[in-house]
Design a protein around this ligand. Sequence first.
Ligand code: AQP
Length: 345
Amino acid sequence: MTDDSSPAYNGPRRILSGIQASGALHLGNYLGALKRFVALQDQGAPVFVFVADLHAITVWQEPEKLTSQTREIAAAYLASGLDPARTIIFPQSAVRAHAELAWVFNCVARLGWLDRMTQFKEKSGKHKERASVGLYTYPVLQAADILLYKATEVPVGEDQKQHLELTRDIAQKFNNDFGAPGFFPLPEPVIQGPATRVMSLRDGQAKMSKSDPSDLSRINLTDDADTIAAKIRKAKTDPEPLPDSLDALGERPEARNLIAIYAALSDQSREQVLAQFAGQGFGAFKPKLAELAVESLAPVTAEMRRLMGDPAEIDRVLRAGAERAAEVADRTVAEVRQIVGFWNG
Ligand code: AQP
């Protein structure tokens, strides 16, 4: 739907992403999001990373837990290596402009576009009439999150690709409808690395997800070493040994998933991992993977725990980040208000 032939946005490169404040983070979030945000800090473009608490309440959140969940995600950002001196880390709801721009975009996006969103279909399940309106317009708020900062690159996992396409459509339609060519960029999803879609440990066809009822399906960032090792030991696999190439791995989704996890944790390609383990069975591979997972996650979880014991430190980072983010966001909203024709007397 997006027509890329319109005058191009010529503002600076900006990188933005976020994670919902809806509790427990898992290995999919770590490899698909956190670890990659950290790598993007050194690219010479400003990085904005927020805690999506407005998105979190699209499904019920206990009010007394939401604040601590917000701090927990912020702690995960810091523990993974995001540096608040270089990266603007903030809670989404603390920058009011997110909600304001989302309303304008609700009036730009078309019902037909939202009807196609597969995540809404998955999350609303069989009783979509009981889902919140917010869950339905979730991707419109996501477009506001991104375009408020005129972000040009958005690192995400595979599951967010469709939402990014919608963001581009909204940007394009806003620019066209209001005669503001090139006002909003058409942001690019950055879906890179061997683990853009970490799968469930119990089913190689399903995404690792915090809403999976089986805790054995995922590795949580809060799991201790024994739990991580046990979950990997119990992970579904097949009896075949590992081959020496990805092609030869063929249709073995569980094997592919564990190889991809090993590759992402060890900063290698999947080919390199296969070269190392070719001819070996899962009896040999799984203990190595467990060792690597524990070694990689233990420092992150330990630092998260330390930070959660000092909420004032997290709040300082979030307050400073919200102030810096609001400077950029308020500028965009002031421009949007003028473009749309809102009263400014
Ligand atoms: N399995 C995954 N593999 C790779 N990346 C993933 N992400 C999520 N799951 C995987 C990426 O993590 C970032 C944060 O996502 P979110 O805040 O939108 O959380 P989510 O996608 O809703 O996470 P879950 O676990 O999948 O939650 P439920 O079960 O509620 O749907 C995003 O960049 C996402 O791509």
